[in-house]
Design a protein around this ligand. Structure first.
Ligand SMILES: [Fe+2]
Ligand SMILES: [Fe+2]
Length: 279
């Protein structure tokens, strides 16, 4: 595998061709002994280091949004150099994934706000360029401060997480109350929660919700953590399920003419966003 080093910032796994164009659905998100070693290594680190204490620290560091002022397009251009090590299904630059997701939503006639959600949803991976290791940026997310669900990928890797030794954090609801709502929960730190705070004031609440929980696969794919949901989460769940199909199954080798698509997306971004926002 090639490796690309961005000086002083981040070592990123390089591109190698995705296996087959338009592969069958059951071949996506395979997490077992056949999963690529770098994906397993990623989850080993992610599950060992994502503690409640770590998450609280990162929320304090990032959520005041004091890191940078920039427009969506500047963020987008940085994306071209990032490949997600946690993803067994995509080895293309992330910006291409954003176009693919948005275009598949557009093809199916979804509203402009949802197409825009597809176009932006992973921009929180900007965290990698602020110096965060990949295990604190990408991958599936899960609540911290309560028991781990066995629906989380590679749950056996939590054996090295110090929170496993804190009895309160290992009860079903942990530090939370039953039915409190995802909004009250600290999720493992990553691009979802970060981008939610960056864009929430500019987008409809459904879009912000999708961005915040799109990597929470244990909940929206496998039905875990229903006891932490409130009525609003139950109402929003179908949006996560709908979006998941586009996020996941648009990862094909089908070629897009990005230049021809640009005017549409420039127009879409400026409909919702000012030229600069806080990151
Ligand atoms: Fe994502
Ligand atoms: Fe994505």
């Amino acid at each position: 595998m090639l490796s690309l080093i961005i000086p002083g910032l981040l070592a990123i796994a390089g591109c190698h061709a995705a296996e087959t164009p338009n592969k069958e659905k059951e071949k996506y998100r395979v997490f077992d002994e056949t999963t690529a070693q770098h994906v397993k290594d990623f989850y080993r680190a992610n599950h060992a280091y994502q503690t409640l204490e770590f998450v609280l620290e990162k929320e304090k560091e990032y959520l005041p949004l004091r890191h940078k002022k920039m427009g969506i397009w500047e963020a987008f251009s940085i994306f071209d150099t990032l490949v997600d090590e946690s993803d067994p299904d995509l080895d293309l630059p992330q910006s291409y994934h954003l176009f693919q997701t948005a275009e598949s939503l557009r093809k199916d006639g979804h509203p402009r706000w949802l197409i825009l959600t597809g176009f932006l949803h992973d921009l929180g991976k900007m965290l990698a360029f602020f110096g965060e290791p990949q295990w604190a940026v990408v991958g599936d997310t899960f609540p911290v401060g309560c028991a781990y669900s066995d629906k989380i990928v590679f749950p056996q890797y939590f054996d090295r997480n110090p929170d496993l030794q804190v009895p309160l954090y290992q009860t079903k609801t942990g530090i939370y109350a039953e039915g409190c709502g995802f909004d009250k929960i600290h999720m493992s730190w990553g691009h979802d929660e970060y981008l939610y705070h960056v864009v929430k004031d500019y987008l409809p609440p459904e879009a912000a919700y999708i961005i915040r929980y799109h990597s929470f696969y244990p909940a929206h794919l496998d039905g875990a953590y229903t006891y932490l949901m409130n009525d609003y989460d139950k109402q929003m769940l179908p949006y996560l399920e709908l979006f998941r199909g586009y996020d996941l199954y648009s990862k094909t080798e089908e070629k897009l003419d990005l230049e021809a698509l640009m005017p549409y997306y420039q127009d879409l971004v400026s409909e919702f966003f000012p030229s600069e926002i806080d990151w």
